[in-house]
Ligand binder design. Structure first.
Ligand code: AMP
Ligand code: ZN
Length: 466
């Protein structure tokens, strides 16, 4: 399997540190608000990558952190005149609710910064001891010039940075690019004890400390959105590798932005929809299909039209699944089929093995459905065996890896549809009994318009959804 590694800037064969096991850490949200559909893109794509690694047999140890102490959380708490703890708790809860609704499986660990203060303080202390960090009046900074590899992930060089960009003026720092490891407590802010006095950790430090606590000095995959390459991930490398002298992450993966009119969707620009808002109108499967149709690394423009296209494509898939289930229940015989299921499994794996090419993998699923439909229409050799293999293919690929279909949900939806039509037929029966033929005919006509055909007989009325 090939993965594009931001560190080496090329596709590389994926070889985990320990055979059969993959450790994967994805930078999660700062819990000060509901996450937006741009964040959701990163979380869904990470979920698909994890599921595929499991599909090919790896034991995946997956972590996604929750930043539960940060300026943004403190600001929100001040605005709402509540404790910052309460803000973090509320949006942590919302995070779990929303990932569940998006069909994103919980990580094995969702580490929180506030629960790892000992590790964070320990890491900073080691950096100070080694001369990679310095304390100025209770603020501790990382000395970027002390780490020779600084810039190796983002390709930015310290001297170029200095001439090229604007940085916050902070006269305390030795170098404008030195970054905060520990922030001295301000009045009325939450704080923790440390050798440098009361304060709280910097954001970059949390991820290094938590990744190393749970997965050791070297992890297989570290991932996040493109915006995190610099400075967040660059700084994580500088902190971790300065302390351990070992490679921090073997494969660095980055997700492209979900954009709104060519700008990154973000809270600060105000150009966002929350995932919950979108979930009011579109199913998790529709949203996941919309995301899957673009490679995880490229940009994707948010588009309701494309969401609607995904929605209609899925209605067809669901009708197909329904047909397969019905045929499977009623068809007799167990005749062998000549349909080449293996080649579709192979094509699916080929796509995903090529740096998780989900657009290609999705196309394989649609091609498969087309071919299976053709086999049903043209061959007489399709029996129970064929139908159960079709369901197995969809279950293993479209459902378990991509999460773009839920075979159980299709059944529930269909039975709900049936119940609703039966309800209308009861109303129509009552109308007829009361000789209200205008109403009974109207119900029949409206149902016909919707493609539901009624058949009256002495035993009652039956229907067929076309
Ligand atoms: P944040 O809460 O902003 O730290 O973001 C949480 C995760 O979502 C990080 O991995 C970000 O890189 C990612 N992210 C933020 N905005 C977007 C976006 N517009 N498109 C894709 N991923 C994003
Ligand atoms: Zn992080």
């Amino acid at each position: 399997m090939q993965i594009y590694n931001t560190l080496t800037k090329k596709k590389e064969e994926f070889v985990p540190l320990n055979p059969g096991v993959v450790t994967m850490y994805v930078c999660g949200p700062t819990v000060y608000d509901f996450f937006h559909i741009g964040n959701a893109r990163s979380f869904v794509m990470a979920d698909i990558i994890r599921r595929y690694l499991e599909y090919i047999g790896y034991n995946v140890r997956y972590a996604m952190n929750l930043t539960d102490i940060d300026d943004k959380i403190i600001n929100k708490a001040n605005e709402e005149k509540i404790d910052s703890n309460e803000v973090a708790k509320k949006f942590t809860q919302a995070f779990y609710e929303d990932i569940k609704k998006l069909g994103i499986r919980e990580a094995n660990i969702h580490p929180k910064a506030t629960e790892h203060m000992d590790e964070i303080v320990g890491l900073i202390d080691s950096l100070v001891q080694k001369g990679n960090a310095y304390n100025i009046n209770g603020n501790v900074f990382y000395r970027v010039e002390s780490f020779a590899g600084y810039g190796k992930l983002s390709g930015k060089k310290i001297d170029e940075l200095e001439s090229g960009s604007r940085v916050e003026v902070n006269t305390e720092k030795e170098n404008p690019f030195d970054f905060s490891l520990w922030k001295k407590a301000k009045e009325n802010e939450p704080s923790w004890d440390s050798p440098w006095g009361k304060g709280r950790p910097g954001w970059h430090t949390e991820c290094s400390a938590m990744s190393m606590k749970h997965f050791g000095e070297t992890i297989d995959i570290h991932a996040g959105g493109n915006d995190l390459i610099f400075p967040h991930h660059e700084n994580e490398i500088a902190q971790s590798e300065a302390v351990t002298g070992k490679q921090f992450a073997r494969y660095w993966m980055h997700f492209g932005f979900l954009n709104m009119k060519e700008e990154k969707m973000s809270k600060s620009l105000g150009n966002f929809f929350t995932a919950r808002e979108i979930l009011e109108n579109y199913s998790a499967e529709t949203i996941r299909l919309f995301f899957s149709q673009t490679h995880y690394s490229g940009p994707l423009a948010f588009s309701e039209d494309l969401l609607k296209t995904s929605q209609s494509a899925l209605i067809k898939v669901e009708n197909f699944v329904d047909l397969i289930k019905e045929n499977s229940a009623t068809s007799g015989g167990d005749s062998e089929t000549t349909f080449d299921f293996e080649s579709y499994f192979r094509l699916f794996s080929d796509a995903m093995d090529n740096d998780f090419n989900t657009p290609q993998a999705t196309a394989v699923i649609f091609d498969f459905i087309k071919a299976a439909n053709k086999a049903i229409n043209e061959t007489e050799q399709v029996g129970k065996n064929f139908y159960s293999k079709v369901l197995e293919f969809l279950n293993k690929t479209a459902q378990n890896v991509l999460g773009i279909i839920d075979l159980e949900k299709v059944k529930m939806q269909k039975s709900l549809e049936n119940d609703l039509v039966k309800l209308l037929l009861d109303v129509r029966q009552k109308a007829r009994a009361e000789k209200n033929f205008a109403l009974s005919d109207e119900i029949r006509d409206k149902l016909t318009e919707l493609g539901i055909e009624l058949k009256d007989s002495k035993e009652g009325t039956t229907f067929k959804i076309k």
